[in-house]
Design a protein around this ligand. Sequence first.
Ligand SMILES: NC(=O)c1ccc[n+]([C@@H]2O[C@H](COP(=O)([O-])OP(=O)(O)OC[C@H]3O[C@@H](n4cnc5c(N)ncnc54)[C@H](OP(=O)(O)O)[C@@H]3O)[C@@H](O)[C@H]2O)c1
Length: 304
Amino acid sequence: MKLLVTGCAGQLGVELMRQSFVGGAPDALGLARGRLDISDRESVGAALSAAKAEGCTVVVNAAAYTAVDKAETDTAHAFAVNRDGPGNLAEACARLDLPLIHVSTDYVFDGSKAGAYVETDPVAPLGVYGTSKEAGERAVRGRLNQHLILRTSWVYAGHGANFVRTMLRLAGERDELRVVDDQHGIPTSAGDIARAILAIAVKLDAARSESRYIPWGTYHYAATGPTTWCGFARAIVERAAARTGRQPKVTAISTAEFPTPARRPANSVLDCARVEQAFAPPRRPWQDGLSEVLDQLQAPKGSS
Ligand SMILES: NC(=O)c1ccc[n+]([C@@H]2O[C@H](COP(=O)([O-])OP(=O)(O)OC[C@H]3O[C@@H](n4cnc5c(N)ncnc54)[C@H](OP(=O)(O)O)[C@@H]3O)[C@@H](O)[C@H]2O)c1
């Protein structure tokens, strides 16, 4: 089988492309933003028609506008990519009878719940990014039955702009890192999300070709074990110190001490029971995903 991956140069997109073609995983046709702008409806229609002609049977949308703070002022752009883009993909998928796996975010929630969020909890995004992603979810549901929306959280990888790479850089420059300790979530490596999506896509494709029932809808997927940004930072710094010998102090601060343009949920821990029951994708502790990414980052160049 073969996937079409949009946004293939992003954190998740790169991991999807890296892991496809490997040992029984599906092939993938990747389109980065330069080849397909998902906010351009006509281009999306043409690209998906061509991809179907090339044998793609599942579309995975890894493209998104992910600059959470910048979105507060770059609103139209965020909505064009995060709402209109998935809507365009869903419309073309409906016309071509292709299923769509669309990736969404924990930031659709306001963080006021005491426990982990389940898929049926009410959404109430706090900022433009979350609002635009939530609108994208509705655009997909409204246009296409054959969809899976996977909400995930706190994504990082060995490439791209992310918290792990920022902490590693700061750990090399400073003696103290002050990190927010009152926002709870689950760091999830792009590699783990890619593995899960590929496993789900294989099951989807098999079920479709055998006309078996598929539980379309919205799911949560994250690594296991919640933490805070400060807990995550401490794990990054400790593991890096084992190799560099340099371990700055990590001081817990409150959200109020670190104001940002966009508000973020105090709790965005995702309950993943539903996806486990329906598709049993691989999941593991967030610390394992972190170790893998740190290994990638610290491997001698050319060895990965
Ligand atoms: N990052 C997180 O912490 C996080 C947390 C929860 C959920 N998510 C979700 O996880 C998914 C993957 O995120 P990620 O971390 O891999 O994001 P990412 O690294 O920012 O990658 C997104 C990719 O989409 C591309 N893109 C932007 N606008 C586009 C357009 N109009 N058409 C086509 N491609 C476009 C970007 O290209 P350019 O770089 O050229 O702009 C980039 O390559 C997204 O749906 C995101 O909302 C992310």
